[in-house]
Design a binder for this molecule. Sequence first.
Ligand SMILES: [Zn+2]
Ligand SMILES: [Zn+2]
Length: 364
Amino acid sequence: METVRPTAEGVTTVKLKEVRAFGTRAAEAPLESLSINRRKPAAHDVEIDILYCGVCHSDLHTARNEWHGTVYPCVPGHEIVGKVVSVGDHVKKFKAGDLAAVGCMVDSCRECDYCKEGLEQYCEEGNTGTYNSPDSHLGSHTFGGYSESIVVNEGFVLRVPENLDLAATAPLLCAGITTYSPLKHWKVGPGKKVGIVGIGGLGHMAVKIAKAMGANVTVFTTSQSKFEDAKRLGADEVVLSTDKEQMNQFRGKLHFILDAVSAQHNINTYLNLLRVDGSLVLVGAPEHPLPVAAFSLIPYRRSFAGSLIGGIAETQEMLDFCGKHNIVADIEMISMDQVNEAYERLLKGDVKYRFVIDMASLKT
Ligand SMILES: [Zn+2]
Ligand SMILES: [Zn+2]
């Protein structure tokens, strides 16, 4: 099987391979078994047999077209770990049998200022998402990790530390890098008091990583039931964010806050916890705008910012950091056919703290 494609070098023939996947054909439809085409590895490609794939909230948003622009059929999944099956002739970094991982991106322009600085996530041409992005090789759109295998240019394939539990490593590829990158960028480390708002897929990774970076970590949660867990994850202190008295004790005390909450919430309450020059960074994405009072920022020269995943080199650095500090996600393993049920539970926050699909269940 092959397809003929016009490229910069003229018309090229791309060899195809049909693989099993799980995805959806419409916003209202459940995910179901599909078959999709992958390209046969070209000179710089790595073919990966997917062993585990994490379930990110973005998967659900995209499958259901909640961010608009979803192209169907849609195969989500961008927390991918597996084993290399084959590599193209020019691939140096990987060989068959190696562990490998793929995160939220599979390509970018590689020529703009941001790509050259290792900030491919902010590529001026727009990065190529692992799913639901234009596929320059096949002419359709990209398909993600809810599938048997994936073929990715070696520049966007990551090495996986051998000492980590492989299934629990999958969520590092999105939840891990999404929290590691801002913690690193805003220089979280020893002597810094850091607040983490919300304990879910992102927040629980943020606590582990910020602790390993040497910071003093306070978790803010609306749920008393998460206190014990927050401590177990490594938090030095836990605050019930609905309790005014507890919140007041932290006014003007924190150097940095990572806000991983995607529900509507009062951002001023948290801005007021920052010291002079402190920063609050959003990684959660509430649907509606969050009103910010000028006087939550002005008197303390505070900053309010956002952050998107991380670059490829930084993602490798994060994986190596997690390998060194033995950090993985807390996961609940599911089989492929449980994914629709998992989406419903995700909506209720009923997971500790990331679903990971055992991809063997798709292959049998
Ligand atoms: Zn994600
Ligand atoms: Zn670029």
